[in-house]
Ligand binder design. Structure first.
Ligand code: NDP
Length: 274
Protein backbone atom coordinates (compact mmCIF):
# COMPACT_ATOMS: atom_id res chain seq x y z
CA UNK A 1 0.00 0.00 0.00
CA UNK A 2 1.29 3.53 -0.79
CA UNK A 3 2.47 4.99 2.51
CA UNK A 4 2.13 8.60 3.67
CA UNK A 5 2.71 10.18 7.09
CA UNK A 6 2.47 13.48 8.88
CA UNK A 7 5.68 14.31 10.73
CA UNK A 8 5.81 16.56 13.77
CA UNK A 9 6.72 16.82 17.44
CA UNK A 10 4.28 16.64 19.15
CA UNK A 11 1.99 14.94 16.65
CA UNK A 12 -0.69 13.05 18.62
CA UNK A 13 -3.18 15.93 18.14
CA UNK A 14 -2.90 15.95 14.32
CA UNK A 15 -6.15 15.52 12.39
CA UNK A 16 -4.29 14.90 9.11
CA UNK A 17 -4.69 11.07 9.20
CA UNK A 18 -8.47 11.48 9.56
CA UNK A 19 -8.60 13.99 6.69
CA UNK A 20 -6.41 12.01 4.27
CA UNK A 21 -8.12 8.69 5.03
CA UNK A 22 -11.45 10.41 4.28
CA UNK A 23 -10.04 11.82 1.00
CA UNK A 24 -8.74 8.35 0.04
CA UNK A 25 -12.10 6.72 0.72
CA UNK A 26 -13.96 9.44 -1.19
CA UNK A 27 -11.72 9.19 -4.27
CA UNK A 28 -11.12 5.41 -4.21
CA UNK A 29 -7.36 5.78 -3.69
CA UNK A 30 -5.60 2.93 -1.89
CA UNK A 31 -3.11 4.34 0.61
CA UNK A 32 -2.18 4.46 4.28
CA UNK A 33 -1.61 7.69 6.21
CA UNK A 34 -0.24 7.74 9.74
CA UNK A 35 1.38 10.00 12.31
CA UNK A 36 5.17 9.92 12.65
CA UNK A 37 6.74 11.44 15.75
CA UNK A 38 10.39 12.33 15.18
CA UNK A 39 12.92 13.52 17.75
CA UNK A 40 13.54 17.26 17.65
CA UNK A 41 17.18 16.77 16.60
CA UNK A 42 16.70 14.12 13.92
CA UNK A 43 14.21 15.15 11.26
CA UNK A 44 16.56 14.34 8.38
CA UNK A 45 17.45 10.86 9.71
CA UNK A 46 13.83 9.95 10.47
CA UNK A 47 12.69 11.12 7.07
CA UNK A 48 15.48 9.19 5.31
CA UNK A 49 14.37 6.00 7.12
CA UNK A 50 10.76 6.58 6.05
CA UNK A 51 11.78 7.08 2.41
CA UNK A 52 14.08 4.05 2.49
CA UNK A 53 11.19 1.93 3.74
CA UNK A 54 9.20 2.89 0.63
CA UNK A 55 7.37 6.03 1.87
CA UNK A 56 5.65 7.97 -0.94
CA UNK A 57 5.25 11.35 0.70
CA UNK A 58 4.53 13.27 3.89
CA UNK A 59 3.10 16.34 5.48
CA UNK A 60 5.39 18.24 7.82
CA UNK A 61 4.24 20.30 10.76
CA UNK A 62 5.64 22.20 13.75
CA UNK A 63 8.58 22.39 14.38
CA UNK A 64 10.03 20.80 11.22
CA UNK A 65 8.84 23.07 8.37
CA UNK A 66 12.28 24.65 7.90
CA UNK A 67 14.10 21.32 8.33
CA UNK A 68 11.95 20.01 5.47
CA UNK A 69 13.07 22.94 3.34
CA UNK A 70 16.70 22.04 3.99
CA UNK A 71 16.40 18.39 2.90
CA UNK A 72 14.41 19.05 -0.30
CA UNK A 73 15.99 18.46 -3.73
CA UNK A 74 13.37 20.41 -5.71
CA UNK A 75 11.35 23.34 -4.32
CA UNK A 76 8.03 24.71 -5.57
CA UNK A 77 7.93 28.47 -6.04
CA UNK A 78 5.56 28.89 -3.12
CA UNK A 79 7.81 26.85 -0.80
CA UNK A 80 10.75 28.96 -1.88
CA UNK A 81 8.83 32.16 -1.14
CA UNK A 82 7.56 30.92 2.21
CA UNK A 83 10.92 29.42 3.18
CA UNK A 84 8.86 26.67 4.80
CA UNK A 85 7.63 23.28 3.60
CA UNK A 86 4.52 21.38 4.69
CA UNK A 87 4.42 18.74 1.92
CA UNK A 88 7.10 16.40 0.58
CA UNK A 89 6.71 14.00 -2.33
CA UNK A 90 9.17 11.30 -3.34
CA UNK A 91 9.48 11.72 -7.11
CA UNK A 92 9.90 8.78 -9.52
CA UNK A 93 13.60 9.66 -9.87
CA UNK A 94 13.93 9.38 -6.06
CA UNK A 95 14.40 13.10 -5.51
CA UNK A 96 12.36 14.91 -2.85
CA UNK A 97 9.93 17.54 -4.14
CA UNK A 98 8.86 20.12 -1.53
CA UNK A 99 5.81 22.36 -1.50
CA UNK A 100 3.91 24.67 0.83
CA UNK A 101 0.14 24.31 0.52
CA UNK A 102 -0.90 26.42 3.56
CA UNK A 103 -1.55 29.58 1.56
CA UNK A 104 -3.46 27.76 -1.18
CA UNK A 105 -5.57 26.14 1.57
CA UNK A 106 -6.38 29.52 3.13
CA UNK A 107 -7.26 31.19 -0.18
CA UNK A 108 -9.37 28.18 -1.22
CA UNK A 109 -11.29 28.42 2.05
CA UNK A 110 -11.79 32.20 1.84
CA UNK A 111 -13.18 31.79 -1.69
CA UNK A 112 -15.45 28.94 -0.55
CA UNK A 113 -16.76 31.26 2.17
CA UNK A 114 -17.38 34.01 -0.40
CA UNK A 115 -14.85 36.39 1.20
CA UNK A 116 -13.70 38.94 -1.40
CA UNK A 117 -9.93 39.44 -1.66
CA UNK A 118 -9.27 41.53 -4.79
CA UNK A 119 -9.19 45.24 -3.97
CA UNK A 120 -9.60 44.59 -0.23
CA UNK A 121 -7.62 45.90 2.71
CA UNK A 122 -6.27 42.90 4.60
CA UNK A 123 -4.59 42.87 8.02
CA UNK A 124 -2.43 39.86 8.86
CA UNK A 125 -1.73 39.38 12.57
CA UNK A 126 1.48 37.38 13.18
CA UNK A 127 4.71 36.80 11.28
CA UNK A 128 5.47 33.17 12.05
CA UNK A 129 5.54 30.13 9.75
CA UNK A 130 1.84 30.26 8.93
CA UNK A 131 2.01 33.96 7.99
CA UNK A 132 5.03 33.32 5.73
CA UNK A 133 3.10 30.57 3.94
CA UNK A 134 0.01 32.64 3.19
CA UNK A 135 1.45 36.00 2.15
CA UNK A 136 2.36 35.02 -1.42
CA UNK A 137 -1.02 33.41 -2.23
CA UNK A 138 -2.89 36.34 -0.60
CA UNK A 139 -0.94 38.89 -2.65
CA UNK A 140 -1.64 36.86 -5.81
CA UNK A 141 -5.34 37.71 -5.25
CA UNK A 142 -4.50 41.41 -5.73
CA UNK A 143 -5.70 43.01 -2.50
CA UNK A 144 -5.62 46.82 -2.23
CA UNK A 145 -3.27 46.44 0.76
CA UNK A 146 -1.81 43.67 2.88
CA UNK A 147 -0.56 44.95 6.21
CA UNK A 148 1.39 42.65 8.48
CA UNK A 149 1.81 43.21 12.19
CA UNK A 150 3.48 41.15 14.90
CA UNK A 151 4.36 41.13 18.60
CA UNK A 152 8.03 41.14 17.59
CA UNK A 153 7.84 43.99 15.13
CA UNK A 154 11.16 43.26 13.40
CA UNK A 155 9.71 39.98 12.05
CA UNK A 156 6.74 41.80 10.48
CA UNK A 157 9.12 44.32 8.97
CA UNK A 158 11.29 41.56 7.54
CA UNK A 159 8.29 39.75 6.03
CA UNK A 160 6.91 42.91 4.46
CA UNK A 161 10.32 43.57 2.93
CA UNK A 162 10.65 40.02 1.58
CA UNK A 163 7.24 40.08 -0.16
CA UNK A 164 7.37 43.71 -1.29
CA UNK A 165 7.98 42.76 -4.92
CA UNK A 166 4.74 40.78 -5.08
CA UNK A 167 2.21 43.46 -4.24
CA UNK A 168 1.11 46.27 -1.90
CA UNK A 169 2.47 44.90 1.36
CA UNK A 170 3.51 46.99 4.36
CA UNK A 171 3.87 46.65 8.13
CA UNK A 172 2.58 48.38 11.24
CA UNK A 173 3.57 47.94 14.89
CA UNK A 174 1.04 45.96 16.93
CA UNK A 175 0.77 48.83 19.40
CA UNK A 176 -0.35 51.73 17.26
CA UNK A 177 -2.26 49.78 14.62
CA UNK A 178 -4.46 52.12 12.64
CA UNK A 179 -6.90 52.13 9.73
CA UNK A 180 -9.96 49.96 9.12
CA UNK A 181 -9.78 46.60 7.35
CA UNK A 182 -12.10 44.50 5.19
CA UNK A 183 -10.50 41.27 6.37
CA UNK A 184 -8.45 40.56 9.50
CA UNK A 185 -6.60 37.23 9.61
CA UNK A 186 -5.16 35.97 12.87
CA UNK A 187 -2.10 33.80 12.25
CA UNK A 188 -0.65 34.21 15.73
CA UNK A 189 -0.66 31.32 18.17
CA UNK A 190 -2.15 33.63 20.84
CA UNK A 191 -5.53 31.87 20.42
CA UNK A 192 -3.84 28.54 21.05
CA UNK A 193 -2.53 29.90 24.35
CA UNK A 194 -5.89 31.51 25.20
CA UNK A 195 -4.24 34.94 25.17
CA UNK A 196 -5.95 38.11 24.05
CA UNK A 197 -4.26 40.47 21.58
CA UNK A 198 -4.71 44.12 22.40
CA UNK A 199 -6.46 45.44 19.28
CA UNK A 200 -8.29 48.75 18.81
CA UNK A 201 -11.99 48.73 17.85
CA UNK A 202 -11.19 51.10 14.97
CA UNK A 203 -9.77 48.18 12.92
CA UNK A 204 -13.33 47.07 12.12
CA UNK A 205 -15.98 48.70 9.96
CA UNK A 206 -19.57 47.58 9.45
CA UNK A 207 -18.63 44.84 6.96
CA UNK A 208 -15.29 43.60 8.30
CA UNK A 209 -14.72 39.83 8.22
CA UNK A 210 -12.32 37.97 10.48
CA UNK A 211 -10.53 34.65 10.10
CA UNK A 212 -8.73 32.83 12.94
CA UNK A 213 -6.34 30.16 11.66
CA UNK A 214 -6.91 28.20 14.83
CA UNK A 215 -9.67 25.68 14.19
CA UNK A 216 -12.45 23.91 16.00
CA UNK A 217 -13.11 26.71 18.50
CA UNK A 218 -15.51 29.54 17.93
CA UNK A 219 -14.81 31.34 21.20
CA UNK A 220 -11.08 32.05 20.94
CA UNK A 221 -10.07 35.42 22.48
CA UNK A 222 -9.66 36.80 18.93
CA UNK A 223 -13.12 35.63 17.84
CA UNK A 224 -14.61 37.04 21.06
CA UNK A 225 -12.91 40.40 20.42
CA UNK A 226 -14.37 40.46 16.89
CA UNK A 227 -17.85 39.60 18.18
CA UNK A 228 -17.56 42.47 20.66
CA UNK A 229 -16.82 44.82 17.73
CA UNK A 230 -20.06 43.66 16.05
CA UNK A 231 -18.31 41.54 13.39
CA UNK A 232 -20.80 38.91 12.24
CA UNK A 233 -18.66 37.18 9.59
CA UNK A 234 -16.24 35.18 11.76
CA UNK A 235 -14.51 32.07 10.44
CA UNK A 236 -12.16 29.53 12.01
CA UNK A 237 -9.25 27.77 10.26
CA UNK A 238 -10.84 24.35 9.77
CA UNK A 239 -11.44 24.97 6.07
CA UNK A 240 -7.79 26.05 5.69
CA UNK A 241 -6.65 22.83 7.35
CA UNK A 242 -8.76 20.71 5.01
CA UNK A 243 -7.83 22.92 2.04
CA UNK A 244 -4.07 22.58 2.53
CA UNK A 245 -4.55 18.82 2.92
CA UNK A 246 -6.60 18.67 -0.30
CA UNK A 247 -3.80 20.48 -2.12
CA UNK A 248 -1.19 18.00 -0.76
CA UNK A 249 -3.42 15.08 -1.71
CA UNK A 250 -3.69 16.46 -5.25
CA UNK A 251 0.08 16.80 -5.48
CA UNK A 252 0.57 13.17 -4.42
CA UNK A 253 -2.33 11.46 -6.16
CA UNK A 254 -3.34 13.78 -9.03
CA UNK A 255 -6.97 13.74 -7.80
CA UNK A 256 -8.83 16.65 -6.21
CA UNK A 257 -11.00 15.52 -3.29
CA UNK A 258 -14.19 17.34 -2.30
CA UNK A 259 -13.60 19.42 0.82
CA UNK A 260 -17.13 19.97 2.11
CA UNK A 261 -18.05 16.44 3.31
CA UNK A 262 -14.65 16.04 4.97
CA UNK A 263 -15.00 19.41 6.71
CA UNK A 264 -18.40 18.41 8.06
CA UNK A 265 -17.08 15.07 9.32
CA UNK A 266 -14.05 16.73 10.92
CA UNK A 267 -16.15 19.38 12.65
CA UNK A 268 -18.42 16.68 14.08
CA UNK A 269 -15.36 14.72 15.24
CA UNK A 270 -13.85 17.78 16.97
CA UNK A 271 -17.21 18.52 18.66
CA UNK A 272 -17.25 14.98 20.00
CA UNK A 273 -13.67 15.22 21.25
CA UNK A 274 -14.47 18.35 23.27
P1 NDP B 1 4.82 30.19 14.82
O1 NDP B 1 5.27 29.69 16.15
O2 NDP B 1 5.70 30.09 13.65
O3 NDP B 1 4.40 31.75 14.96
C1 NDP B 1 3.62 32.18 16.03
C2 NDP B 1 3.23 33.64 15.80
O4 NDP B 1 2.32 34.02 16.84
C3 NDP B 1 4.39 34.61 15.87
O5 NDP B 1 4.13 35.67 14.99
C4 NDP B 1 4.34 35.07 17.33
O6 NDP B 1 4.89 36.34 17.53
C5 NDP B 1 2.86 35.15 17.54
N1 NDP B 1 2.44 35.02 18.95
C6 NDP B 1 2.56 33.93 19.74
N2 NDP B 1 2.04 34.18 20.96
C7 NDP B 1 1.58 35.45 20.94
C8 NDP B 1 0.93 36.27 21.87
N3 NDP B 1 0.65 35.85 23.10
N4 NDP B 1 0.58 37.53 21.50
C9 NDP B 1 0.85 37.97 20.26
N5 NDP B 1 1.48 37.24 19.32
C10 NDP B 1 1.83 35.99 19.65
O7 NDP B 1 3.41 29.43 14.58
P2 NDP B 1 2.68 29.20 13.17
O8 NDP B 1 2.79 30.44 12.39
O9 NDP B 1 3.12 27.92 12.59
O10 NDP B 1 1.16 28.97 13.65
C11 NDP B 1 0.38 30.04 14.13
C12 NDP B 1 -1.06 29.63 14.33
O11 NDP B 1 -1.65 29.26 13.09
C13 NDP B 1 -1.26 28.43 15.26
O12 NDP B 1 -2.40 28.69 16.06
C14 NDP B 1 -1.51 27.29 14.31
O13 NDP B 1 -2.31 26.28 14.90
C15 NDP B 1 -2.28 28.01 13.20
N6 NDP B 1 -2.17 27.32 11.91
C16 NDP B 1 -3.32 26.86 11.34
C17 NDP B 1 -3.29 26.24 10.12
C18 NDP B 1 -4.56 25.74 9.52
O14 NDP B 1 -4.49 24.97 8.55
N7 NDP B 1 -5.71 26.15 10.01
C19 NDP B 1 -2.02 26.02 9.40
C20 NDP B 1 -0.85 26.57 10.07
C21 NDP B 1 -0.95 27.18 11.30
P3 NDP B 1 6.47 36.55 17.85
O15 NDP B 1 7.15 36.59 16.51
O16 NDP B 1 6.52 37.82 18.58
O17 NDP B 1 6.90 35.36 18.67
Amino acid sequence: MDRYVVIGNPIAHSQSPFIHQAFAEQTGQVLSYERLLLPLDNFAGGLADFVQQGGFGCNVTVPFKTDALAVADVLSERAMLAEAVNTLKVQEDGRLFADNTDGAGLVMDLKRLGVPLAGQRILLLGAGGAARGVMGPLLAEQPAALIVTNRTHARAEELAKRFAGLGPVSHQPLEGLHGAFDLIINSTSASLQGERLSLPASLCHSNTRVYDMMYGKEDTPFMCWAAEQGVTHRYDGLGMLVGQAAESFYLWRGVRPEMEPVMQALRARLEQER
